[in-house]
Design a protein around this ligand. Structure first.
Ligand code: COA
Length: 163
């Protein structure tokens, strides 16, 4: 059984994440979407809310599960029996940071490979901060996130989506 983790903050999950998830599902027997902690981020959505939004967005994918990790990602990978950590590379600007983390993780856990996948080019600009900012200002986020995520953003910010 080849298990991969796809870690992130997912605050919230976007079509760009889903694009990477669907590519990973084709390569691995099980993909564990891992809600991990970024030391410098205070998410808008709680862990429970983010998990529920991901579960609804991936309900059509039977080999996906959603779990949380509070500590070191590679320790969780080993505990979970994962052979790979999936990372999406959206642009060259992602590379330096990802390269450093992948090497550090390889030193910490040589049995866990980092696998880089390219999201669809239509999502190279996308990140969760942009989505939160558009929603916060009452903009329409339907091109960026599934409908239920748009509803959750709207209720968080208590704004009305502009036409
Ligand atoms: N489509 C759309 N957006 C994407 C994307 C994609 N394919 N891939 C990444 N993004 C977005 C993310 O949503 C995030 O947006 P935001 O910063 O505006 O919220 C941004 O791009 C950066 O993504 P990423 O680098 O994956 O950050 P993250 O916060 O989602 O996840 C962790 C980082 C949690 C995976 C990392 O901090 C971690 O591994 N923590 C665990 C602790 C640990 O082991 N630390 C040591 C690592 S050496």
């Amino acid at each position: 059984m080849r298990i991969a983790l796809y870690p992130g903050t997912f605050d919230p999950i976007t079509y760009g994440h889903l694009d990477v998830i669907e590519r990973a599902v084709a390569l691995f027997d099980e993909v564990v979407i891992t809600l991990a902690k970024h030391s410098q981020k205070t998410p808008l959505f709680t862990t429970t809310e983010r998990k529920a939004l991901i579960e609804q967005a991936t309900a059509h994918l039977p080999t996906i599960s959603v779990e949380t990790c509070d500590g070191l990602l590679v320790e969780f990978a080993e505990k979970r029996g994962a052979i790979a950590i999936i990372r999406g590379l959206r642009a060259v600007s992602d590379f330096d940071y990802e390269f450093q983390i992948a090497l550090a993780n390889r030193v910490l856990a040589p049995g866990v490979a980092t696998v880089f996948l390219l999201p669809g080019e239509q999502y190279t600009y996308l990140n969760s901060s942009i989505v939160r900012e558009v929603a916060r200002l009452g903009g329409n986020v339907e091109s960026f996130v599934p409908a239920h995520v748009g509803v959750a953003l709207k209720s968080k910010f208590n704004t009305r989506t502009k036409p």
